[in-house]
Design a protein around this ligand. Structure first.
Ligand code: S3P
Length: 163
């Protein structure tokens, strides 16, 4: 089976959904951010601070292409869809799922979050702009699942039904 790629905005629940999906389908789960942190021996925040976003985006594309293309669940960083090259990869190599969540709900979930450099401190106000810039890119996914107001159980069931 082709791998399942979960994409979506920060705070959309990709990691939680990926873990639940991996458990119910008995498949290994890889997360591009966690794999980059392991490879670089640095947190995402430190990579952004030391090497910059551009360098992080290169690492992210390379990681996407290095992870197994079959029989696993891959959860991705929210910005994976920015690069056309990544979108082509997702469309060509797996089941590309977009987990949608409305930005108001995301803002509540991330209100106290400190781990995302693109939304840290003053940049919190960029959330709605970033969201609307990225939405058309996320919507290129083959499978769009709305998570707003739904339980993780319902979300996982829907993903399984649509694959
Ligand atoms: C980012 C999302 C983060 C992480 C990095 C950049 C983004 O991942 O890759 O902070 O550009 O949306 P999550 O979506 O898992 O928070």
């Amino acid at each position: 089976m082709k791998s399942i790629y979960l994409t979506g905005f920060m705070g959309a629940g990709k990691t939680t959904a990926g873990e639940a999906l991996g458990k119910t389908m008995d498949l290994p789960v890889f997360d591009t951010d966690q794999e980059i942190e392991r490879q670089q021996r640095q947190t995402i925040t430190a990579i952004f601070a030391d090497k910059g976003e551009h360098a992080f985006r290169e690492m992210e594309s390379n990681m996407l292409q290095d992870l197994p293309r079959e029989d696993c669940i891959i959860t991705t960083g929210g910005g994976i869809v920015i690069k056309g090259e990544n979108r082509q990869w997702l469309a060509a190599h797996g089941y590309w799922v977009y987990l949608h969540c409305n930005p108001e709900e995301i803002a509540i979930r991330l209100e106290h979050d400190q781990s995302r450099p693109l939304l840290s401190g003053e940049r919190k106000k960029d959330l709605y702009r970033l969201f609307s810039e990225r939405l058309p890119l996320y919507l290129q996914a083959a499978i769009v699942v709305d998570t707003t107001g739904r339980t993780m159980d319902e979300v996982v069931k829907e993903i399984r039904k649509r694959i």
